[in-house]
Design a binder for this molecule. Structure first.
Ligand code: PEP
Ligand code: MN
Length: 357
């Protein structure tokens, strides 16, 4: 389905890259909201975010202050002149947010993964003229992400953007949510005029990652950033490890190098960055493969099997060579790669045999 999007903007905003949305993960108290908002406004931030209804992984945690927080957002608008944004996950949230003059809405990763919820939200948004940002679903499914965007589009909205917030991963060690940059890059390829924001806070899960991930997003040509910012991050009621202070945000934005999208997407620097990212993913995958190998090693040990199972090894080599050739690589190259991987895998299995006997 073809879609033509409009820019994400609000009256009076310039169209410099990145468009920044900042504010706490959650609205906690009126004081926390106002203190954070005043500081951000004084540093030139134009759009304030705060979660009012919080989707938490487990029950019993802080699930958001609810509609009362919308009154605090009204106060933020009145006092600082910033626009305000919040997350909606059902029809009630949409109606409440629209009624209270929220300027921009985003849809959370758990919601995008649910077509029923997306349709309910789209139906509630019919006829509204408000920018809506759709986070990627928690699972790395680009079709589900596009489908969510299409539902909002079919409701007549045109100021739609995507937020890349990473994908949950059982095994991820470094990031809270694996960036899998190739997915938003594919989204851009398919819908070149769909604005894409990056949420480095939820990808990284740690304060230290927010700046490098923001830079990477800018280098990928993304349009905006949504960054969790809290007046006292250590005391935040949700996501405290990833929130930064307004002062830290200011420094981060000052240090960002913004390259011209049209002259740099092709340049060597960007291509090298892509290679770095892909190599990181390769290393992660290899580490996962080795873990599975060690499991196999344990099984073989328990069942008194030899580490080297020649028939299986031969079958793997043949299959991978064929696959490589089908993917336009040389069979010989794949043979070398698989032999090296197999060698390390055998070495790790032998270590298991030695360690426990
Ligand atoms: C959030 O933005 O605070 C949030 C809940 O994000 P996500 O849907 O990406 O987990
Ligand atoms: Mn959060």
């Amino acid at each position: 389905m073809e879609m033509q999007f409009e820019k994400i903007t609000l009256p009076g905003l310039d169209d410099k890259r990145p468009l920044v949305i900042a504010g706490p993960c959650s609205a906690e108290t009126e004081d926390q909201v106002m203190e954070t908002a005043r500081d951000l406004a004084s540093r030139g931030v134009k759009i304030f975010r705060a979660g009012i209804w919080k989707p938490r992984t487990k029950p019993g945690g802080f699930e958001g202050v609810g509609s009362e927080g919308l009154l605090w957002l009204k106060k933020v608008k009145a006092e600082t002149g910033m626009y305000v944004a919040t997350e909606v996950a059902n029809q009630y949230h949409v109606l409440e947010a629209l009624k209270h003059g929220v300027d921009l809405l985003w849809i959370g990763a758990r919601t995008t993964a649910n077509p029923f919820a997306m349709q309910e939200i789209a139906d509630a948004l019919k006829g509204a003229d408000i920018p809506v940002l759709v986070k990627n679903p928690v699972n790395p499914d680009i079709e589900l992400w596009i489908g969510g965007i299409q539902r909002i589009y079919n409701a007549g909205l045109r100021k739609i953007g995507a937020i890349h917030r990473g994908f949950s991963n059982y095994d991820e060690k470094v990031y809270r949510n694996s960036p899998q940059w190739h997915i938003p890059i594919e989204l851009r390829r398919r819908f070149p005029n769909l604005p894409i924001f990056c949420d480095p806070s939820h990808i990284g899960g740690k304060r230290d990652f927010v700046a490098p991930l923001s830079q990477h997003a800018m280098d990928m040509g993304f349009d905006g950033l949504i960054i969790e910012t809290h007046c006292s991050p250590d005391y935040a009621w949700s996501d405290k490890n990833q929130q930064i202070t307004p002062g830290a945000l200011d420094l981060l934005l000052d240090d960002l190098v913004i390259r011209d999208v049209h002259t740099t997407t092709e340049d060597l620097g960007d291509l090298r960055k892509q290679i770095d990212v892909l190599d990181n993913e390769l290393i992660d995958l290899l580490a996962k493969r080795m873990r599975v190998s060690r499991e196999i090693g344990k099984f073989k040990k328990e069942h008194k099997m030899t580490v080297l199972q020649a028939a299986r090894y031969d079958e793997i080599l043949k299959k991978r060579v064929e696959q490589a050739e089908a993917a336009e690589m040389k069979g010989d190259f794949m043979l070398t790669v698989m032999q090296a991987i197999h060698e390390e895998s055998v070495r790790q299995q032998v270590e298991i045999l030695k360690a426990e006997s």
